[in-house]
Design a protein around this ligand. Structure first.
Ligand code: PMP
Length: 468
């Protein structure tokens, strides 16, 4: 990724005075000026004031159509009054007791009702905790230590998940036929990293060879059903079904990390969408419309290692705010056509983008699902993370930053898909997104024709960049 920016900041359309001052202030206290590496964007770091529906305002008063939606959780819209009023009412009864409330029981009943296959499930506060516990349950149930994960997939920030996630340089992942486990950043003990076996997505033959060689060591495969942190690269037809059959053959558990896909692709998440039933699954994001609700659950027999044989706890697990948010959000998803509205909105945007892109002759593919899609500039449709390197992601990044300057905010890194919420259906948001994209594409192509890099932006920490 090119690093030297003609940044969005220099665009006359964006005011930056308050944010520049806040960045300088925050730098003195928060490393990188933020609470997460993924939003430490250097001089371009955005400081938010508020959001409403599908829009967000920074502290300089710049308004954007929000296409990040907090990396996915805000499925209905910012400040959704149905959810906020319910949470407000429930929180007045007290927030944290380290006792169990009816909200928690109802929230988890709703997970069962919506998925149709989850039999036992518990709340956590973050997706990170959910994947950490699901992996522990899988290890405990099988008595095996190793977990297979796919290159380019992100499962949170615990030590066990930060392997072969999102390098810019594919050579760091090792030979295609012998992937190496690449720790993301320092501080991850080798002994922990050694429990993870990286594999290549969409490559069922390699998986079979791996299982034949080492199947007896492997507790589970954890998979984002689509590569939600690598532009939404999709499974090849039949990949999940083949993986399900293979895991059953070798007595290996299948964990669907539905943190991004859950309650978004379908009421029952990616498991319903792809017609595959895993053994365990993790949920977060869309289940709380932005409140910190998460869960892990699965088949009764596998989950039966809890509570006696496996540790799981958490002062805030099932806290009132998260549980009430999950009750209301999941009830809305269950009882209304919110997901249909979101899917239709995503399809309308894609139709508009096709009208803009087709006449240009640029090769492109939409990746992912209409509710969460990426735009990949390449002749060949990507099938695994390594393919991302061969796409024209510089063009994408340049368009994305141009969109910021014109009032729409996708992630300025092609690996993060655009997220749609129910409120994006309101007013002229769809048309504006398409117009803003079109103008930004023109500007990016013009900059390229004049030999400029266009607007670029360097994300993340140093050489390891990327986003969740
Ligand atoms: N799994 C997936 C698939 C994710 O996308 C993320 C976060 N983007 C996580 C796990 C971690 O969730 P959290 O940020 O809530 O810890």
């Amino acid at each position: 990724m090119a690093t030297e920016p003609a940044s969005a900041r220099t665009s006359p359309a964006l005011r930056r005075e308050a944010q520049t001052a806040m960045y300088q202030r925050a730098l003195k206290t928060l490393p990188g000026g933020t609470d997460s590496n993924f939003r430490a964007w250097g001089d371009d770091t955005i400081y938010v004031d508020r959001g409403k529906g599908g829009r967000v305002w920074d502290i300089d008063g710049n308004e954007y159509i929000d296409l990040r939606m907090g990396y996915g959780p805000v499925i209905l819209g910012h400040g959704d009054e149905r959810v906020d009023d319910y949470v407000n009412e429930r929180m007045r009864r007290g927030v944290s007791f380290s006792l169990t409330s009816e909200d928690e029981v109802r929230a988890m009943e709703l997970v069962k009702e919506l998925t149709g296959w989850v039999e036992k499930v518990r709340m956590t506060v973050s997706g990170t905790e959910a994947t950490m516990h699901a992996m522990r349950v899988a290890r405990a149930y099988t008595g095996r230590d190793k977990i297979v994960k796919f290159e380019g997939q992100y499962h949170g920030v615990h030590d066990y998940a930060l392997i072969s996630v999102a390098p810019d340089n594919m050579a760091d992942l090792g030979d295609a036929d012998a992937p190496v486990r690449l720790a993301w950043g320092r501080g991850i003990p080798d002994a922990v990293a050694d429990t993870i076996i990286p594999a290549r997505y969409n490559n069922i033959d390699a998986l079979r060879r791996l299982f034949e060689a080492r199947g007896e060591e492997i507790a589970a495969i954890i998979v984002e059903p689509v590569l939600g942190n690598a532009q939404g690269i999709m499974p090849k037809p039949g990949f999940h079904k083949a993986m399900r059959a293979l895991t059953e053959e070798f007595g290996i558990l299948l964990i669907f990390d539905e943190v991004k896909t859950g309650f978004r692709f379908a009421k029952g998440g990616a498991a319903e969408f792809f017609g595959v039933t895993p053994d365990l699954a993790t949920y977060a994001k869309a289940m709380g419309n932005g409140y910190p609700a998460a869960a892990f659950g699965g088949r009764e027999e596998v989950m039966s290692v809890l509570p006696d044989k496996v540790s799981h706890g958490g002062t805030y697990a099932g806290n009132r705010i998260a549980a009430a948010a999950a009750v209301k959000t999941l009830t809305i998803i269950k009882e209304t056509n919110a997901l249909e509205v979101i899917h239709a909105t995503g399809r309308r945007v894609q139709d508009g983008l096709r009208e803009v892109l087709n006449p240009t002759g640029l090769p492109y593919h939409f990746t992912g699902h209409p509710s969460m899609f990426g735009i990949m500039f390449s002749e060949v449709e990507a099938s695994e993370y390594r393919d991302w390197a061969t796409t024209d992601h510089e063009l994408y990044d340049s368009i994305a930053l141009g969109m910021h300057a014109r009032g729409a905010m996708p992630e300025p890194d092609s690996r993060e898909p655009w997220f749609f919420c129910e409120a994006h259906a309101e007013g002229d948001i769809v048309d504006r997104v398409v117009t803003i994209f079109s103008e930004s594409l023109d500007a990016a192509l013009e900059a390229r024709a004049h030999g400029q890099a266009g607007e670029q932006h360097h994300i993340g920490f140093g050489a390891v960049g990327g986003q969740p």
